[in-house]
Ligand binder design. Sequence first.
Ligand code: 13P
Ligand code: SF4
Length: 330
Amino acid sequence: MSLSTAPDLMARTAPLYDRVKSVILPSEWSTFAPDVEAILALKRERNAVILAHNYQTPEIFHGVADIVGDSLALAREAMKSDADVIVLAGVHFMAETAKLLNPSRTVLIPDLKAGCSLAESITAADVRLLRERWPGVPIVTYVNTSAAVKAESDICCTSGNARKIVESLGVPKVIMLPDEYLAQNIARETDVEVITWAGHCEVHERFSARDVQQLRAGNPGVVVLAHPECPPEVVAEADFAGSTAAMADYVARERPARVVLMTECSMSDNIAALNPDLEFVRPCNLCPHMKRITLPKIRRALETMQHEVTIDPAVAAGARRAVERMLAIS
Ligand code: 13P
Ligand code: SF4
């Protein structure tokens, strides 16, 4: 872009900048605007949609995404999409879930290395061993897993529906994989016995009960919201725990004057942009996997049609069954 066209570009993207002006400086936006405009044109050219998770940065979330939400919402929207191309601005398991649910679409992830510490914590062979160890006990698998792990499972869940899924099975005991803290947090809410696996989210495991106490002491009246991937002692100290979408809904509904979200950094920025009158206290834990997705990489994905997500047909049918069973219940 030549310097002479810069003011025009800023003027053309002004309505989008207006959405994020409370969290992005004009000087920063001027570096984002060329990619934003190029991505909007490429989406039209390719008949593409961008699905962005709540942890994506505000220039992606508010600037180029067609659909935003938590893992559950992104899965549902991917299934319904009639676009030729779905770009998943999120991590690999989310793109795999989109492909499972809408296999005839081209699903792109802008960076193949956008993984997840939970998905890395368990393999399909581990799940087979657990089934041998606990014969007849249903296996509920968090969507933050590979398709191969889902294929070995009875049903999937997300943080938005985990309790409902566990209770829907009508059994006294379930195995819940791989997030130990999510499983422990659900176990506190239900009479169903929950067998856990020692996987953790590298972002949420870093929050402690002491963090919450210090935040309350330093910010009188602050309302504390926590993601259920946080350790149980953090959830116990919080005023509310729920999926990223549930936290966003809480803020929209309750409008707490001062609030802290015990979760990934960008989530606060994205909600703060919608609620400039509320004060967001921001303890900041970044997800390095989510942060691999950037505007230049989304632009490149649409230009080159890479990286296309494919799933081994030997595991796709089993994984799809586990995800579809979840969606039928929730
Ligand atoms: P949500 O389903 O709540 O959006 O969580 C996904 C995730 O990766 C949280 O770390
Ligand atoms: Fe995985 Fe945690 Fe990152 Fe979510 S925040 S993608 S659970 S590492």
